[in-house]
Design a protein around this ligand. Structure first.
Ligand code: AMP
Length: 540
């Protein structure tokens, strides 16, 4: 039955402006801190966002205009998260860690009308300025309060001259709010985009997923001090800045990543909640060890790559409340996060490390399936592998101006993640691999992630990555790149002996134990700090 709304009934649209509006309700005196460079409260944030809106309008961005931002993680970026979409324009978060050619590609593909550029990146932009004639204005940001350059408009000067009142309009919640580019294993970067409605629903999804759990299980609550450690250019820093702003948490932004700055900010600003990829966590733990920083009040959501059990154990031993999560660029990004049953909290640390490093628990408000090659749901035996496919209100509808790859993503009406996983009877999933990374040996599949986790538990291993190499007899065989701890000499025999315990316990098949090991100084990483298997395969 459908009932016609009453005359005059208001058709409420899910717009980002409603997230910001609530930031003045609970704790508006709390601060937004940018490293040791700036701090102000939510009243000022709101005023500056209104000033930014007036600036955008005065430059002709009155709705629908893509506005690219190339900056470090800071308060200005947060202002852009709101001011650009709330004026009906589209925030394009430019990944400045890509190659100059790829950055140019993304700006051209997005057809940005305005670029907001940190002065450090001006030489980069000037290098291809003649190829982006569609950019009508370049606005320069700087930490030094200088005008940066006479040739460009300064962000701070423009804001200073603008009125700090602005009536943000209502419009269709399905209007695109944000976009950014993701790099696959082949082809040009793909533009992923999200609407106001999707971002608002994803914010509620985060609030429910991270607000519901019990105390020492990665909860985000009203007295947390939030500091993201995933770049703001990558999937809106996992959407947490929107949630933190809605609940007026104290927020701390680091600028360009540097482990010393991070540990200092945790100590000096009382940071209690962060999220990052495992490699960043490892760097912070190394620095904290060196500087004797107390991390026992720190909650960390790890995601973007599998959490190695050894790293989870180390974090737990340092008193960190660790929680794994799973998502991807195309899913806004958070799909699910680990639920730690409270009854099991007292269990030993090895159990905790294994449990907390699992990928996550069945997600809220999501039609998730784990399906085999025939499209059948796999049993909940934690052994049978299948691809994770999804439907949820906050998944990208496709790729920008690319119907072919968008249709591939949504084959059969489900978003195909390309991730292979198992699920247990408690609805906890564990990713075995990317379909593209799984090692196909003698007709069987070997999980490179599982091998990395087992090898990484040897005390002399600092870091490891496993890839499949072509093999005449078996199709592919695993090859492990290993970074030994300083002063330790590892051999293939030592690691094969170490892996025998997992063969004995039935967690690893005998034929999955690698014969090939390479000792290296560092593991190649992608622009967002994950193990770069494409590069490893290319370089071996
Ligand atoms: P991106 O789109 O660059 O953010 O990468 C998303 C991919 O990272 C996913 O498709 C997974 O392959 C991987 N990933 C994210 N979270 C996890 C996790 N908790 N465990 C294993 N892999 C993950």
């Amino acid at each position: 039955m459908k009932i016609k709304p009453a005359p005059g009934a208001y058709d409420f649209q899910l717009l980002i402006k409603n997230i910001l509006a609530y930031s003045l309700v609970l704790e508006p005196e709390r601060e937004i801190v940018y490293s040791n460079k700036s701090r102000y409260n939510y009243h000022t944030l709101n005023k500056r966002i209104r000033q930014l809106a007036n600036v955008l309008n005065s430059l002709g961005a009155n709705g629908g205009a893509p506005v690219g931002v190339i900056d470090y993680d800071c308060h200005r970026y947060l202002e852009c998260y709101f001011g650009i979409p709330m004026t009906g324009n589209v925030l394009h978060t430019v990944n400045w860690r890509l190659s100059p050619a790829q950055i140019l590609y993304t700006i051209k593909h997005a057809q940005d009308k305005i670029l907001i550029v940190n002065e450090d990146f001006l030489p980069l932009v000037e290098g291809f300025i003649d190829q982006i004639p569609f950019v009508a204005h370049i606005i320069v940001t700087t930490d030094n309060n200088s005008a940066a350059s006479n040739a460009y408009k300064s962000y701070e000067h423009l804001l200073l001259q603008a009125a700090d009142t602005y009536d943000f309009p209502d419009f269709d919640e399905d209007a695109v709010a944000t976009m950014f580019y993701t790099t696959g294993t082949t082809g040009d970067p793909k533009g992923v985009y999200y609407t106001h409605r999707q971002l608002v629903l994803h914010t509620f999804h985060l609030a429910a997923t991270f607000g519901f759990v019990g105390g020492a299980a990665g909860r985000m609550s009203s007295d947390d001090v939030y500091m993201p450690l995933t770049s703001m250019f990558h999937v809106h820093a996992w959407g947490f800045p929107y949630l933190a702003t809605m609940y007026s948490l104290k927020q701390v932004y680091t600028g360009r990543f540097d482990a010393t700055t991070v540990t200092e900010l945790i100590a000096n600003e009382g940071v209690t909640f962060s999220h990052c990829v495992p490699t960043i966590l490892q760097m912070v733990l190394n620095k904290a060890d060196e500087q004797q920083t107390d991390l026992s009040r720190w909650k960390v959501v790890s995601g973007g790559a599998a959490m190695p059990v050894a790293l989870a154990k180390r974090a737990l031993q340092m008193g960190i409340d660790l929680r794994a999560s799973y998502g991807m660029s195309e899913t806004c990004p958070v799909i699910c996060s680990g639920y730690i049953p409270l009854a099991c909290k007292d269990n030993d640390i090895d159990w905790q490390a294994r449990t907390r490093s699992r990928t996550g628990t069945w997600p809220l408000f999501t039609d998730m399936r784990i399906v085999d090659a025939q499209g059948n749901d796999v049993p909940k035996d934690d052994t049978t592998q299948g691809e994770i496919v999804l439907r949820a209100p906050w998944l990208t509808n496709g790729y920008l101006y690319d119907d072919v790859r968008g249709a591939e993503l949504w084959t059969g009406g489900y978003l195909h993640t390309g991730d292979v996983a198992t699920i247990n009877e408690r609805n906890s999933i564990r990713i075995a691999d990317r379909i593209k990374d799984v090692i196909k040996s003698g007709g069987e599949w070997i999980s490179s992630i599982a091998l990395e986790s087992f090898i990484g538990q040897h005390p002399w291993v600092a870091e490891t990555a496993v890839v499949g190499l072509p093999d005449a007899q078996w199709g592919e065989r695993p090859c492990a790149l290993v970074v030994p701890h300083a002063g330790k000499t590892l051999t293939a025999d030592i690691l094969r002996d170490h892996l025998q315990q997992y063969v004995n316990s039935g967690e690893l098949s005998k034929w999955a134990v690698p014969e090939l090991y390479k000792w290296v100084d560092a593991i190649p990483k992608t622009s967002v700090g994950k193990i770069d298997k494409k590069e490893i395969r290319r370089s071996i």
